[in-house]
Design a binder for this molecule. Structure first.
Ligand code: TRP
Ligand code: SF4
Length: 400
């Protein structure tokens, strides 16, 4: 039940660019080979801030999925879906809202920050305040153990952990918990029951974290325990109640070194991007016209690479030899800026070639993308329903 599962989401608020590729997507592509992965389009999250421009969201949903696929996210490895097509996220959101203190939401830094930053927009809304809780529902509904996100999202993951703890604390306490847990131990069979008790003692008496981890993986392997018993035994290791929701961990994504065309961070709002599927002519033109060290007025003026955004591109794209060639050529005025830019252009075009290739198929046949998402939504919904059954039961909603 608590084997590693990776989940991450992205808001469809604009076309993806090379910054997203180097910062996020390359990471997803590595993870999909190592873990069970779920990646989704957070369209409801986009609505919390873009509620007045739904056309922007609609336009970007499918484009973003094509960008993911073009970059190499593989639907045979990872489950790709759209948040709003798995309505159980909303159900869990509303159920979690019952136990979410307003103060916890108001304290999340992004709430005040964004309100102050986007002054021209009315963000004093219920939906925006609830943004982190909706994110918690996204994560907890799949019992995701690892959530790859950027630094800015760590408060949301921390918030999610608090919500999971609170939920387990409030709803994990069932009458006769201890007897039920003891009965569940017996169901493990005598050898594993002894091992479980032994590991539990080592953890509870000596704080032995390895024993805790070993006990958890022992439970993970049990196929014939009911979900309820498994939750009891997980909870019994650490405390006095069932562990219905599991606490995720943030998996910090290193900040991308990808600069924009002007040397600032690549970002749509700075208008300095190269999009993921930008056509080669446009890439070439953008690099050729991008600014360089202003001190190099004439070809014969030496330059300082550290003052030039092209140099930052070399740091991302070039091997040691090329970097040395560019650096030396710049400070000695041995090469011109257009010479210096050419290997960067070549490297970007090489990086993008397979992306164009993969994208072409999906652009020509949109039904392929629709089917990938339909499959993913179905798979995600199944997983979500497993958790929801437990949650409804714990909250007294499983009427029969
Ligand atoms: N808030 C995230 C962002 O802006 C997007 C997101 C929504 C997300 N739900 C999530 C990320 C769940 C990870 C897990 O980047
Ligand atoms: Fe920039 Fe290269 Fe020109 Fe130097 S030679 S200023 S690093 S583009």
């Amino acid at each position: 039940m608590f084997a590693d599962r990776v989940l991450s989401g992205m808001r469809p608020t604009g076309g993806l660019h090379l910054g997203h590729y180097h910062g996020v997507l390359k990471n997803w592509i590595e993870l999909q080979h190592q873990f069970e992965c779920l990646f989704f389009v957070a369209d409801w999250h986009a609505l919390t801030t873009h509620y007045d421009t739904p056309e922007i969201i609609e336009e970007h949903v499918w484009d973003m999925v094509i960008d993911w696929l073009a970059a190499g996210v593989d639907p045979a490895q990872a489950t790709l879906f759209i948040q709003s097509r798995v309505p159980a996220h909303a159900e869990l959101h509303v159920l979690l809202s019952m136990i979410t203190p307003l103060g916890w939401l108001e304290r999340v830094p992004s709430y005040k920050d964004q309100q102050e930053k986007l002054v021209e927009k009315e963000l004093n809304t219920y939906g925006f305040l609830g943004y982190p809780l909706l994110q918690s529902a996204d994560i907890l509904i799949y019992r995701a153990t690892r959530v790859p996100v950027g630094e800015d999202q760590t408060p949301h993951i921390e918030f999610t952990r608090e919500i999971a703890r609170r939920f387990n604390h409030v709803y994990g306490k069932e009458p006769g918990f201890q007897e039920k847990a003891e009965a569940a131990i017996k169901k493990l069979g005598s050898r594993k029951a002894r091992l479980y008790r032994d590991l539990r003692n080592r953890y509870q008496e000596q704080g032995d974290d390895e024993a805790l981890a070993a006990a958890k993986s022992l439970l993970d392997e049990q196929q014939n325990l009911s979900m309820g018993d498994q939750e009891r035994l997980f909870g019994y290791l650490e405390g006095g109640g069932k562990m219905i929701l599991s606490e995720p961990e943030a998996m910090l994504t290193k900040a991308s070194k990808m600069p924009g065309l002007d040397g600032q961070k690549m970002s749509k709002s700075y208008n300095n991007t190269i999009t993921l599927r930008e056509d080669p002519e446009s890439v070439t033109r953008k690099i050729r016209t991008m600014p360089t060290d202003p001190a190099r007025v004439r070809r014969t003026d030496p330059g300082t690479p550290e003052k030039c955004p092209v140099w930052q591109f070399h740091l991302v794209y070039s091997d040691e030899d090329t970097k040395r060639w560019a650096y030396e050529g710049c400070i000695t005025a041995g090469i011109g800026c257009l010479d210096c830019k050419q290997p960067v252009i070549d490297a970007i075009l090489t990086e993008q070639r397979p992306m164009h290739q993969r994208a072409r198929m999906y652009e020509e046949e949109p039904s392929l993308v629709r089917n990938i998402i339909a499959d993913g939504c179905e798979r995600a919904d199944k997983l979500a329903q497993e958790t929801m059954r437990e949650v409804r039961e714990a909250m007294g909603l499983d009427y029969s």
